[in-house]
Design a protein around this ligand. Sequence first.
Ligand SMILES: *[C@@H]1O[C@H](CO)[C@@H](O)[C@H](O)[C@H]1NC(C)=O
Ligand SMILES: *[C@@H]1O[C@H](CO)[C@@H](O)[C@H](O)[C@H]1NC(C)=O
Ligand SMILES: *[C@@H]1O[C@H](CO)[C@@H](O)[C@H](O)[C@H]1NC(C)=O
Ligand SMILES: *[C@@H]1O[C@H](CO)[C@@H](O)[C@H](O)[C@H]1NC(C)=O
Length: 959
Amino acid sequence: MIISMGMESQWPNFISVRSLILRLLIATHYFSFVQTVRAVGCVEECSALLLFKRSFSIDESAFDEPLSCAKVASWTQHGGERSNCCSWDGVECDEDSGHVIRLDLRSSCLYGSINSNSTLFHLVHLQRLDLSDNDFHGSEIPSRLGHDLTSLTYLNLSNSAFSGQIPSEISKLSKLSTLDLTSYTSHLKLTKGNLRSLVQNLTNIKKLHLGGVDIYSTVPDILVNASSLTSLQLVNCGLYGEFPVGIFHLPNFEVLYVRSNSDLTGYFPTFNKSNVFKKLDVAGTNFSGQLPTSLGNLHSLIVFAISSCNFHPNVPSSIGNLTQLSYLSMSSFNDVSKGKLSVSFSWVGKLTKLYHLSLGDTNIEGELPSWLMKLTQLTTLILDDNNLQGPIPRSLFQLKNLEYLLLSGNKLSGLVEFDQFSKLKRLKGLDLSNNMLSVGIRNDLSATLPKLQTLALGFCNLTEFPNFLKNQSELIELDLSYNKIYGRIPKWVSNATRETLSELYLYKNFLTGFDQNQGILPWPNLTILSLGSNMLQGPLPIPPQSIRFYDVEYNEYTGEISPLFCNFNNLQVLWLSNNNLSGMLPQCLGNSSVLEILGLHNNFFNGYIPPICPSKTSLRIVDFSYNQLQGKLPRGVMNCTRLKVLNFANNQMSDIFPSWLGALPELRILILRSNGFHGVIRKPATKHEFPKLRIIDLCNNGFSGMLPSNYLEIWNSMKYVDENQRTYFEVNTNVLGGHYFNNDYAMTISGKGGELKYKKTPYLLTVIDLSSNRFEGEIPEGPVGNLRGLVLLNLSNNSLTGHIPSSLGDLAALESLDLSQNQLLGRIPSNLAQLTFLAYFNVSHNHLSGPIPLGEQFNTFQEDSYEGNSGLCGKPLPKKCEDFESSTRPPPSIMEEDEDSVFQIALDWYVVVPGVVSGLIVGVVVGNILTTKKHEWFVETFSRRRKPRGTRARKGRRT
Ligand SMILES: *[C@@H]1O[C@H](CO)[C@@H](O)[C@H](O)[C@H]1NC(C)=O
Ligand SMILES: *[C@@H]1O[C@H](CO)[C@@H](O)[C@H](O)[C@H]1NC(C)=O
Ligand SMILES: *[C@@H]1O[C@H](CO)[C@@H](O)[C@H](O)[C@H]1NC(C)=O
Ligand SMILES: *[C@@H]1O[C@H](CO)[C@@H](O)[C@H](O)[C@H]1NC(C)=O
């Protein structure tokens, strides 16, 4: 047989290879004779190909289109007697030499890995290799590729589940003109500096596509010398630094995709008419500056995406000249002047080829613009979070191609007759949430409506489940939050949506339970369940195995947490706070390696705390506060290396200060108030303890000894006011790859003379509360004065002695200072008057004397701030300072603490009350822990940066 010819001792396992091929051929019943043979492949190469194929299993089930798996399956059959692999599907040989020069195994269902001894490396004449869209199962890209296949000009390994380091040898492929290693679902990494050497050596590179690869470097400026470059795609690579502007001037440059690199800065240059740009996508970066009028010169532009950037809000209307544009994405394109400038987008009406238009959060005002109706090709229209008013016009329903319509977060009003959506036959996704709309739904509507995948009618004044849901059998996502739906969730809702529904949001209604399957949720594919703020009763409903996000806070659920919850291997978020749950916690609860949030606040759980993080886990919020838990803090918390919040307030725990928590690198909020913690707080083990701590509340325990001044010295993140733009602390969870949730953190601490209930924790809030313990000794002057980010400081109700350190006057961010009920002596330092944000000041019940400082904030404090210090004088006390020595008046009468103090904020979710209390950071949203979600079709895949919803109630405010 021809197959044995020429198989010299190339491979040590020659015999077995040959017999393998023989068996292959014999097993083939059908031998086809190649009709036109243009080139006869070298036998070695054909064998190598077969062996290469045999090193994989062909896994049809793992791929969307198993049909394409036929490609390599046909190889043996076409082999025939002459074994001419040149005619095989996906193989191409050089006409003269007969060497295999092209191998296209794109989407060929290959499953396995490529070892260093793979026969692929015998195909040394390969010029083009495409192994994209297969499953290499997390294996590494073999470095031999760079050694042996040096003739390659085209290499495509994209989306093939390679992971690990990209071998530096790749940069030896100096003939490459196309390199595509795009990989969003696996973890490919490029070592620091390697992007540079890649660019340096690949002097012929035209297309460099490394989307999703962890690069974490700057964009090397030598790229401006890559004169052949036509396409640069570096989406979501963790790039930072400034994008070299010279790249825009490369003569043949057509495509730039650098979306989702939030730390990448850059700007657009002046473009001239010779530019051949087709696609420009910098969305989700920190690009800034003016949008140049010369953008109008990019006459070939098809894609222009600048969402979630930092550009100046002036938009040149010359963009309206870009009549080839079909994709325009400008949502949140500027962060600077949010809410100030109204921008006209009327030029968009000239872009009649647009099929994707995204102008969310761009401050568009007025009615839905009439120019929209000219855009008859539109399939996606995104206008959320603007100031659109008035009714939804009938003309909108003339956009017959619409598939996705997102109008949430505006001020649209009036009645929407839902049957109008019957005209949009292609509609798949609809979001009308958070307007002032009422939705009118006829009972006989169902049959004519398109089958939707996403339906969001939050805040639409619904009083019952829409009848048409009976026919919505393709629904994946249903959001009816913030309505007035009473009673039970009817059986027919779940019947229709049983097979498809994956996300259910019914937050903030008046629901009491489910009509059927008491206790077990009927949707087998449910991943997200949001039932918070209803009146749901009985035991916790049991979700299916697929569940990832389970939020039932603020309900009336009773009973224990079923041990079944331990089996939900995908569960990332579990919010059970504010129910009437009781009993012991299942031992396995904190066991999962994917669980990120465990919120059990305010229930009646008792007994000992189960082990948390028995091994490394992803837990980031652990909140067991306001229960009846006992015992020690489980030492396993040490293993929760990603933990940001640990809250055990108001339980019955008994332990010494858990200084070992100091090793947790991410810990930001530590609240142990009102328990039986006790003992002396010893020195930190190293200078790097609690590197990110911003809030520590040890109030109302039994700690004794001196104030932990060594800790005060090293809490570095409290030493500065971080000018970060984020307004609230959030933990972002990425559920199901495409859905992002910004989980706010609600907490209660004390300050300003009352209880502060934060429904969301302001990002800059920095707190030390050591009050109501048995601390003694002096307040350490130096360490305290360094904590310049501090907002609330409470040392009250201890046995502190000595003077009030004047260094407190350096704490420029301080809003609340409570030193009451100690044994402090001497004067109140006059420089405290320079604390312009100080809204609450209490030194009552000490042994202070002398004059009260004068100054703006000090003019606002009442007598009760000073009572119980017989030696103090001056305003607001009746005792004048000149008769300081001789005063015999009694101390001023005790003023009652207002229990319903203004600090107990309960604002409605869309209302902001500016400056309820001067100095207090206001802007609180009621109980909505789940604040932000974005539809997959909006998220515009792979964005790292999320914009919080409801910006109206967002900004921190100081007066
Ligand atoms: C190739 O190497 C792997 C290990 O790297 C080994 O398991 C396999 O048997 C080798 N295959 C051949 C054909 O030598
Ligand atoms: C690489 O292959 C994918 C298909 O798997 C294709 O979409 C992509 O365009 C190819 N890349 C280049 C640069 O040709
Ligand atoms: C481009 O737009 C500007 C401003 O809208 C306009 O003045 C100019 O005439 C346009 N040029 C072309 C070629 O349409
Ligand atoms: C921390 O995790 C390791 C395994 O990674 C485990 O052996 C150890 O017992 C854990 N520590 C505690 C205190 O649970």
